[in-house]
Write a protein that binds this ligand. Sequence first.
Ligand code: PMP
Length: 362
Amino acid sequence: MPYEQRVLDNALDAVGSTPLIRLDKIAQAEGLKCNLLGKVEYTSAGGSVKDRIAKRMVEEAEKDGKLIPGESVVIEPTSGNTGIGLAMAYKGYSVIITMPNKMSLEKEAALRALGAEVVRTPTEAAWDSPESHIGVALKLQREIPGGIILDQYRNFNNPLAHELTTGPEIIAAVTATPSTSAHPSSGKVDVFVAGAGTGGTITGISRAIKKTHNPECIVVGVDPKGSILAYPDNLNTEGKGDVYVVEGIGYDFIPEVLSRDPHDINTWVKTADQESFEAVRKLMRLEGLLVGGSSGSALSGALRWLKSDEGKHIAQTPGLNVVVLLADGIRNYMSKPWFLKMALEAEPTPLAKQIADALKNG
Ligand code: PMP
């Protein structure tokens, strides 16, 4: 068969099965000898890594009889992407998403277009205050008949979705790709790097890799400055509580599904907004990948770790595979000032000057 294709039953069938793509140009520009590979999640139907957990949480709640089509109202506090996954996974449920103000207009517009209700909450509200996105969701659950919170912060189907899909896909891609002289490969996932929000992605993928594939894999967690998810806690001292612009990673509390157990996450790196956005630019310009802000954080964290004392021997070993999770796409952030500045306020290129001259002369 020339193409492996089939007709899918619906959009939920197009969740996951995302590509693992070489980031050779970035590796070369950074002087890395190891393989740098990006797991590109924006190709999932709802545009992010979180589609997978929304689908699994809904399907499992249906099996348990907790969700009743036509009756249940799905309420979820999210930075937006889980909400988009839930709004896609509709099957007759009304969906209410509570989301901090700092999250992009694009996510709200996508949610509303999918038919969800969106309630904005103050970004600076502490997670356990009644005004936070979590507090407001709890109030709505109490007040609205049929209201149910699937709760990505505690629901074990969140990490499990990644243990059963994202992780195995990464392992399958790496093990199916032969080692060649052009692209030597250890045949293993040697390092895995991801940002953490709820922590479901990194914890679940880590378990898949360590339990079934390579127990020695080094898993690197990335946490924005201002958040408190990194471990040990002294990493979080600088800029603690500062507001950061990057969306979807970092929190002011440790979610239950985020295991900071060193068996799951070996080490942590802190990143600043600016380096994340510069890394997004590199992914776009050098690799043609239309990734979002937290993907920049993950890449920036990976590069920082590969240059550290802990990581530099890996960076210089040909064939070792370093996988970076790129969680969503830039189309979620096109109206954000950091993106508009990057896209529209760059120095004019020599070609732009040539165009201007050509138009003047014509
Ligand atoms: N990046 C983006 C853009 C996200 O929306 C999320 C989810 N909040 C993450 C990263 C982190 O994923 P997780 O919640 O599984 O840690």
